[in-house]
Design a protein around this ligand. Sequence first.
Ligand code: FES
Ligand SMILES: [Fe+2]
Length: 432
Amino acid sequence: MLTREQNELLTHTEPGTPGGELLRRYWQPAALSEELPPGGPPLPIRLFGEDLVLFRDEEGRPGLLGLHCSHRGADLSYGRLEDGGIRCLYHGWLYDREGRCLEQPGEPAGSTFHERIKHPAYPTREAAGVIFAYMGPGGPPLLPAYEFLRVSESQVFSTKYWHDCNYLQANEGNIDPMHLSFLHRLLREGGDFNRANGRPRGGNVSSNELFGRDVAPTLEVEQTDFGVRIFALRDAGNGTRYVRVSNFIYPNLSAFPGGGGGEGYGVNWHVPVDDEHHWKFNITFSRGAPLDRERMRQQHDAEVGPDYHLRRSKANRYLQDRREMQSRSYIGLGPFFPAHDKFAVEGPGPIQDREQEHPGSTDKAIMMARLLLLKGIQDVQQERDPMHVIRTPEANRLGHVGAVDVVLSNDDDWRSVWQRSLPIGEPAPPRA
Ligand code: FES
Ligand SMILES: [Fe+2]
């Protein structure tokens, strides 16, 4: 439970808000690379309550500028891509990726007016099929060298889903492992509802089966340099235990096991559009073999439109099928996890009123994450770097970030399973 003031601090992220100032200290997903193909049109986007235009210059480098022209406000997303930047259609002002105004055709020869224009511009980077932006003050930190941002194109699948709710309640869903025993449960696997590939290492049944066998996991959490490591421990029968390790990664993403059908894990990164809407960027990667991207694309396209909105929404009651609930799935919303989560996290309304909630013992990780976020807001207000802002290559060794699930003997040490599974020793190459 939070007071109204605390809830506002954490959920309000528009320009000038303390929560927004915190999130802007980190690289954030701005769009998918596939939305901005080389030679394609500029893309209008909205992030943290700010209207922006994303474009590629003639060399293919992404630039992110304020949407409205500094002259008299025309919409730059209709602009011409030429002469080293983007040109406004109204009177021809030309901007480069750094927000410099290069030309003002209407001004007299020799005018220096253009030198005094500083158009809003944010640095960008591209990795794992995602274009990232740094919208904070000062020099940007390093882009975190997460394993999922460093694998080859064939090992990663990135997409995004529109959500009609605040970013925080959705990320809190990722760090609540209890809901896997209810929200995502299949009563019968097979056909379109096949999760046979979701079998944890050491286990001889699917994770779905294990979530159903023990619906009351024991939760253990530990604070780390990157956020919170979460252990969900379930009785798997015959003297074994199902251990599921997930992460809250500061400040607005999470890592969780599964998703790709191999070694690797999934990531949800929740980026505010404004206080009542957000994009959930979803990145799935495989550590070894390439992903079956074609199959993932088919499953995705069956549930998600070309505008990245899910077919199931509040307006159509998420197409719930009450007959499906009798024999196939616990909730009657089909086999696609993101649809289940969207239903669950939009339920509390655009911004969850946390004065009305009653968190229990399985909400431990959420409580710890909120405290860390409140602390980060304070750090920014006192002009300190909040946690997990990375400025040196040494601090960018992030092999210990990651999710894993495994079935172990009850005698085996569950706390160290992530150390035995993640590529911890590998050095992280510095990124510019
Ligand atoms: S409004 Fe853009 S050049 Fe005039
Ligand atoms: Fe979920």
